[in-house]
Each structure stands twice: as structure tokens, then as C-alpha cells.
Design a protein around this ligand. Structure first.
Ligand code: KG4
Ligand code: ZN
Length: 336
């Protein structure tokens, strides 16, 4: 079956065409139009500006996606219905509804976090259950246990800031601009990750929850001592020290959960999964300290894109035998 997916939950406008058959999804096209230039001057995403840009960009994205995929016959339309910014979500969901109406195709609403998780199945179709997913995005940090497709148990989550949010806020403190995650990881490459002694919040707590706001505040106190003078060396060492502190907490909780639930696979997902150091260290620790296999999406599928929404649709909504019986959502309900 060929799925046309729409993703506009935050500041990326994305449309993908994905062909999924016999447990394997193949991307025909996955167009992502970024709005970084629009939001950078504000240091974060401005929801109404994001919605306006989606409105402008979504039709060119559709045209490009259809043309790159060579106009295939479409069986189903999928759209992200949340969580995300409501003005942004409304543009994509309404656009998808109009397409479904016009083309007389079924439409399905998909959860954005499920999309991030299912980016893994595009890269690696052989993931064994039970699987443990570490979801690290700009809005979420969660440990989710999966016993099968679409079967989730939330084991723990952040009590305050998400991991990506912490990267973005620390980048702001270091005057590195927006979005912070990629810039911090770039600076961290040349820095000393033991340069600053930063806390590892909740690393020894008995649960699977996280907390990143204390880590961000620890960076703030250090930066304040500098009275506005941040040398390149300082920025690199602080970026590396912060990145390492975040990775230590994420890896430690993930390993603890993987052992406790005796999972067969550990899955990394969300925008922060694009972080090279996290990818490398988590893979090494999982393979060394647990029996589980490790899976992560290709880097370009970690951040927001519509192909992951198509993958989630195929694996969680398809009836076992007859694809034509897929249930359409008559009323798409947005999730904030
Ligand atoms: O999943 P995503 O694209 O959007 C949300 O659903 O939130 O994640 C965006 C987040 C941002 O906070 C961004 O700074 C972070 O992912 N991010 C990174 C890297 N690339 C993106 N964080 C750390 N290292 C990276 N290389
Ligand atoms: Zn996302």
C-alpha cells in the first residue's frame, strides 16, 4: 500500500509518500521544508508564524513529493494530530482532510511520538519485541515499553524540561542561537567533557523518570560567573560537559529499564537521536551491558518528517489481512 503522510506539528512542513508491503516500508519521497530562518531571530518557534509558513509551504511540498515519487496511486492519507502546536497541526490536518475528500481516500490521524518511534522501522524492519524506546525530542523525553506494534507502556518521562529543550536552552545561555541541539553537539566535538562538573539529575532514582531543568540551571550559574565573557574554549568545554551529563542520565536509565524488562531491542528516537555522541555511547553501553540489540533511525529520519508518520500508520493501523478494510478516522481530534 502507498501512504501519503502529512506532518506539521511544529516548525517543519513535511509530506512523504511511502510504499509499505510485507512488513517493509520504502520511502518514495520525503520532503521537509524547514522554517529555521523564520524562528531563529526569536530564539524559538513562534506558533502563529509557524502556521503561516506551513500554509505557504505545504502545497509546494505536496507537488514536490508527488513528482519525486512519480505520482503513484495512493491508498491512504495519514496526518499528525498531535502532540504539537495547535496552529501548526491545524494546517496539516485540514490540508490532509481536503486531500482525502478530494481524492476519496481514507484518512488516519497519527500521534507524533509514535511517528518518531516508527522512524526506526524504516531503517530496520527486523526489530524484536519486547522493545524499549528512548524518545528524546524537543517536547518529550520518555521511556516506553513496547510488547508489540502499537502496544505501549509508559515507564517514565521527564518531570520538567525535555532533553531537546535543555539542549536548546543551554545553547541560548551560551549565545549559540537556535536550534541549539545541533550547535551544542558541534561545539562539544572540540571541548573537554570533564571541563565542568555538572550534576546528573535523578541518575540514581529508583524510577524511570528524568529531570533536565536542574542541569540547565547548573549551566546558568556557571555562565553567570563569567560576567558575559565566554571564550570559544569555554563554550566548547561547557557544551561537551553538558552533552555528557545529559547522555549519562539518558543511558543510565535506559540500561536500567532494558535489564529490568529483559527487552530484546532498545530503540532510540526523536530529534535528539541525531546527536552523534548519544548514538555512539548508547549503542556501546547497550551492547556491552545488556542482552538487547540496539536500533536507531538514519540521522535524517530522527527530526520531524512525514515518512515516520507513514511508517507508524502502516505498522499500527493496518489490519493483518486486508488493507482495503483499514478504518478511516471520520473525526480527526487534535492532541495539544
Ligand atoms: O523531534 P524533533 O525534531 O521535534 C520535536 O518533536 O520536538 O526534535 C527537535 C529537538 C530540538 O530540541 C533540537 O535541538 C534537538 O531535537 N536536536 C538535537 C540534535 N539535532 C536536533 N539535540 C542534540 N544534538 C543534535 N544533533
Ligand atoms: Zn518531533
Amino acid at each position: 500500500m502507498t501512504i501519503l503522510a502529512v506532518e506539521t506539528s511544529c516548525d517543519d512542513t513535511s509530506i512523504a509518500l511511502v510504499k509499505c508491503n510485507q512488513g517493509i516500508c520504502h520511502i518514495l519521497s520525503n520532503i521537509v521544508s524547514s522554517q529555521i530562518e523564520i524562528h531563529a531571530p526569536y530564539g524559538g518557534v513562534v506558533p502563529n508564524l509557524a502556521a503561516r509558513a506551513h500554509l505557504k509551504n505545504i502545497e509546494p511540498c505536496l507537488r514536490q513529493a508527488l513528482s519525486e515519487a512519480k505520482n503513484p496511486e495512493i491508498d491512504l492519507i495519514a496526518t499528525t494530530i498531535g502532540p504539537g502546536l495547535i496552529p501548526s497541526l491545524l494546517v496539516g490536518a485540514n490540508f490532509a482532510k481536503a486531500l482525502a475528500y478530494n481524492w476519496q481516500k481514507p484518512i488516519i490521524g497519527i500521534n507524533h511520538i509514535e511517528g518518531h518511534i516508527y522512524a526506526n522501522w524504516i531503517t530496520n524492519s527486523k526489530i524484536n519485541f519486547p522493545a524499549l524506546c528512548l524518545v528524546v525530542s524537543g517536547g518529550h523525553t520518555q521511556l516506553v515499553l513496547m510488547n508489540g506494534h502499537g502496544e505501549y507502556k509508559l515507564l517514565g518521562q521527564t518531570r520538567d524540561d525535555a532533553a531537546g529543550e535543555a539542549f536548546d536552552k543551554v545553547a541560548k545561555l551560551l549565545n549559540l542561537g537556535y536550534p541549539g541541539g545541533p550547535i551544542i553537539s558541534q561545539k562539544a566535538k572540540s571541548g573537554n567533557n570533564k571541563g565542568f562538573n555538572l550534576p546528573r539529575p535523578m541518575i540514581n532514582s529508583q524510577d524511570f523518570d528524568f529531570s533536565f531543568s536542574g542541569l540547565k540551571t547548573a549551566v546558568l550559574y556557571q555562565v553567570k560567573k563569567q560576567k558575559g565573557k565566554l571564550s570559544e574554549q569555554y563554550i566548547e568545554d561547557m557544551s561537551a560537559s553538558f552533552e555528557q551529563a545529559a547522555i549519562d542520565v539518558l543511558a543510565s536509565k535506559t540500561i536500567k529499564a532494558a535489564k529490568e524488562y529483559e527487552v530484546k531491542t532498545v530503540i532510540l528516537s526523536g530529534g535528539v537521536a541525531a546527536n552523534l555522541e548519544l548514538r555512539k555511547q548508547l549503542k556501546e553501553s547497550i551492547e556491552k551491558q545488556t542482552q538487547a540489540k540496539f536500533s536507531m533511525p538514519e540521522i535524517k529520519l530522527c527530526t520531524d518528517n512525514a515518512a515516520m508518520i507513514a511508517s507508524a500508520t502502516y505498522f499500527t493501523k493496518k489490519p493483518k489481512q486486508d488493507h482495503s478494510k483499514i478504518q478511516a478516522d471520520a473525526n480527526l481530534k487534535l492532541v495539544a
